[in-house]
Design a protein around this ligand. Structure first.
Ligand code: NAD
Length: 552
């Protein structure tokens, strides 16, 4: 089939942020979402893998449940074997020639259509499945599954347009061109449980740039992943461009990384998993046809640093929202707080007063601020940390401290205080609703800044609170490498696509900034083309002429 492109230099539409709906009582959107939640809760669905044009079942079932009601099975996920992974790689290979040759405006139109479908008729399905499967409140689902994902697609289109427009200069007599080729093999896209938007962006950012993909979502996000795959299809993503396989990470990873056709990994998840993937690639390096691109956004131990001039109420609000929204399961969640001694008492009072009142429970009850943590593994890790805080003399529990898994994986929002700035709970990522505070003498600001910088191996997000502008300048400078997303007088969570490109360095990843040009550029291998209009016809250069010959 011959595809004829538009004879125009096209300007892709500029990105803009999707307005956040508030789901207030009596609103149309609240009624509509509640109706969809009721429908989805009543169903128990089959979740097949999708390879090429086929939906495949294996009978090797993983039951995906509501984390806040663990007896309620939402779906039966058909897990893939190594053979299925090979089939998915083959489907991606077959789809590559047509997709990589499609004019870019057609690819862009597909993802802009996906954005509009999600902003309209698909909103309740994606938000509802995110709420039930990942235990997000309506607000947390809305800012993730709807708004952030719509923003990813709209802004990625604008950024792709800017990349394609970036061309070299041409000297007289020639035309130099840059051809932004898609990668030659397949992209292995591996996504985490905690953001539906990230799960979709992981395969779709490379696909937008003309690549074909094998996508492995997290098993605990497979319910909303199933609907994302259906949304890709509804938007017109051709068969084989995004193939979805399910199963335990190491088995799928082993099979995917064994292929010589691996062109790249697009990963978001824990540091340990990214280490594993990187090591595996290193082991296999001689067997690949290409040097695989490795793009990974990983863990964090995100900080709030208050200066003695900080506003106590602003710090308290940032701690509560920044540490406990979505049960602290945001990679950007605050989990260590440095407080000067002069504001500790009023801060403690506010936290001890407000945190116990935070409402937690079934996310279908819209009065709850928090739901459950994702699974039994997370619950065990958080319960062990709470037990450590209770039994180790290094710690004191200021608020919370309880956990209960009798109906769902519920961990109460917890504030811990320690006198040891290097204690485990100040260093290691827990990925739960647990925040540890260290109170420093108010005259030791310099030392506190050094502690923030040196205590954890990560460098993802961080916030400084100060009314003294000199302190802000000092923190910005001395914590330059401590966070890829640095906030001044704001909580360290809630990055918005197009406004605060997201990602960190050190052990938090490759800092390619999801939802930005810097991420998209990783999915192309540019080719330089030079065309000369009147090529020379004699190999001899003028300097080779003798002076005698030149004389008239
Ligand atoms: P995880 O590392 O356990 O899993 C992530 C994905 O990797 C899942 O799909 C999992 O099945 C897969 N996986 C695991 N082992 C694998 C292997 N050997 N080969 C291939 N795939 C494998 O992470 P998670 O629990 O889903 O997510 C939480 C983590 O993600 C936290 O550490 C959090 O900080 C991080 N995170 C980071 C960002 C960021 O932007 N930096 C964003 C979201 C989450």
């Amino acid at each position: 089939m011959v595809t004829i492109s538009n004879f125009s230099i096209l300007q892709p539409p500029a990105g803009f942020n999707e307005p956040v709906k508030d789901y207030a009582p009596g609103s149309k959107e609240r009624k509509s979402l509640q109706a969809r939640l009721a429908q989805m809760s009543d169903d128990r669905i089959e979740i097949p893998m999708v390879i090429g044009r086929k939906e495949l079942t294996s009978g090797d079932i993983y039951e995906t449940v509501m984390p806040h009601d663990t007896k309620h099975v939402l779906g039966d996920v058909h897990q893939s074997s190594a053979k299925h992974v090979e089939q998915a790689i083959e489907a991606a290979r077959k789809a590559h020639p047509a997709w990589s040759a499609l004019p870019f405006e057609e690819r862009m139109a597909i993802f802009l259509r996906a954005a509009e479908l999600l902003a309209g008729p698909w909103r309740d399905t994606i938000n509802g499945s995110t709420m039930l499967g990942q235990s997000k409140t309506a607000h947390q689902a809305e800012i993730d599954g709807a708004c952030e994902l719509i923003d990813f697609w709209r802004f990625n289109v604008e950024y792709a347009g800017r990349i394609y427009a970036e061309q070299p200069i041409s000297a007289p007599g020639m035309w130099n061109q840059m051809d932004y080729r898609p990668l030659e093999g397949f992209v292995f896209a591996v996504s985490p449980f905690n953001f539906t938007s990230i799960a979709a962006n992981i395969p779709s950012a490379p696909a937008l740039m003309g690549n074909t993909v094998v996508w492995k979502p997290s098993l605990t996000q497979s319910f909303s992943a199933h609907y994302l795959m259906k949304l890709f299809q509804a938007a017109g993503v051709p068969d084989g461009v995004i193939n979805m396989v399910h199963g335990p990470g190491p088995e799928i990873g082993e099979a995917a990384l064994a292929s010589p056709e691996l062109a790249a990994i697009h990963f978001t998840g824990s540091t340990a998993t990214f280490d594993w993937l990187w090591q595996k690639v290193a082991e296999n390096i001689g067997t690949y046809r290409f040097y695989p691109r490795l793009v990974g956004e990983t863990g964090g131990k995100d900080f709030i640093l208050a200066h003695p001039s900080a506003d106590v109420d602003a710090v308290a609000t940032a701690v509560i929202r920044g540490s406990f929204e979505y049960q602290g399961q945001k990679c950007s969640a605050a989990s260590r707080v440095y407080v000067p001694s002069n504001i500790w008492e009023p801060l403690r009072e506010r936290l001890a007063g407000e945190v116990p009142d935070i409402k937690m429970g079934d996310v279908s009850d819209f009065s709850n601020f928090m739901g459950a943590v994702i699974d039994g593994r997370a619950y065990k890790k958080h319960s062990a940390a709470l037990e450590e805080a209770r039994s180790d003399g290094n710690y004191e529990i200021v608020a919370g401290g309880e956990a209960d898994d009798s109906s769902g994986y519920f961990v109460r929002p917890t504030v811990i205080k320690t006198d040891d700035p290097k204690a485990r709970l100040m260093r290691e990522e827990l990925f739960g609703p647990i925040v540890t505070t260290y109170v420093y003498p108010q005259d030791d600001w310099d030392e506190a800044v050094d502690l923030v910088n040196s205590t954890s191996p990560y460098g993802l997000t961080g916030a400084v609170f100060a009314r003294d502008e000199h302190a802000v300048v000092d923190a910005k400078h001395r914590l330059r490498y401590a966070a890829g997303n640095f906030y001044v007088n704001d909580k360290p969570t809630g990055a918005v696509v197009g406004q605060q490109p997201f990602g960190g360095a050190r052990r938090s990843g490759t800092d390619d900034k999801a939802g930005s040009m810097w991420n998209l550029i990783r999915w192309v291998i540019p080719r330089t083309i030079k065309e000369t209009f009147t090529p020379p016809t004699d190999y001899r250069y003028p300097y080779m002429d003798t002076e005698e010959l030149d004389r008239p």
